[in-house]
Design a protein around this ligand. Structure first.
Ligand code: ZN
Length: 261
């Protein structure tokens, strides 16, 4: 095995680490990738979008409900006022009628005025009663709106609560899996030399989360490109503890029994 004139193989790094440590780096990478997938899943749960849209809908319906409730209470006040107007006119008409019935008005002129007032009060009362009816109809519509919006709000709120509970359930599952994966990672990390770990982290940060990849059947599993025969020959001849990097993607390239060398 020629390990002498092939130092140029470990292109980009003069780092050495025993093959077992390099193998552990692949295990670490697998756990880091799993953690990344969990974090991604946590951020992109469909429940999050559902919660957001249901939350917006709840606010929208709640706002419409306030408008409908305000209209309904305005109409309730309007109805009370119209009813009070009717009462006032009725009281006055009754008083006039009593005076007429009591026969206490003797002057024909005064009698005529009284009868004319009773007639005009009757007309006024009828008009005011129409107003009351019209307001009551509008109020009934407003009450129906309030009831329908309140029902809709309750329905959407229940859906929101269910989606929130489902999200929390999934968060708990993901967090438990992440905690177990982190623990496994913490158990492996000390097996890897600090310098190699630092290089791995640096590459990982700039290469989509993958800092180390296996060389599998002549192909880099980081960039999935097949290495050319020249590079494979260099790798074949490289010292087992040389830390190699892929010429294409610059990731740490770890040899395994399936590397095809
Ligand atoms: Zn590569």
């Amino acid at each position: 095995m020629d390990r002498s004139g092939r130092s140029s193989v470990a292109k980009g790094t003069a780092l050495n680490a025993d093959p077992a440590s390099q193998g552990r780096l692949l295990d670490l990478q697998a756990l880091d990738s799993a953690l990344d997938r969990l974090a991604h899943r946590r951020r992109t749960l469909p429940e999050l979008a559902t919660i957001e849209s249901l939350g917006a809908r709840v606010r929208e319906v709640a706002d419409a409900l306030v408008v409908a409730q305000t209209l309904e209470s305005d109409l309730a006040r309007e109805q009370s006022k119209a009813e009070a107007d009717v009462d006032q006119v009725r009281t006055r008409a009754e008083r006039d009628q009593q005076r007429l019935d009591a026969g206490s008005v003797s002057s024909p002129k005064e009698l005529e005025n009284l009868q004319s007032e009773i007639a005009s009060l009757a007309k006024r009362r009828s008009d005011l009663e129409d107003v009351v009816l019209e307001v009551m109809e509008r109020r009934e519509l407003a009450q129906a709106d309030v009831a329908s919006l309140a029902g809709e709000r309750d329905k959407i709120s229940a859906e929101l609560d269910a989606a929130t509970a489902r999200r929390d359930e999934l968060f708990a599952e993901i967090d438990a899996e992440a905690a177990a994966t982190s623990a496994a990672r913490a158990a492996i990390a000390p097996d890897i030399p600090a310098e190699l770990l630092a290089l791995y982290e640096k590459i990982r940060a700039s290469s989509g989360g993958v800092g180390a990849a296996a060389l599998h059947r002549g192909r880099c599993e980081g960039c999935h490109l097949a290495l050319n025969p020249g590079d494979l020959a260099h790798i074949h001849d490289a010292a087992p503890d040389a830390v190699l990097r892929c010429e294409e993607c610059r990731r740490i390239l770890v040899r395994t029994p399936e590397s095809g060398l």
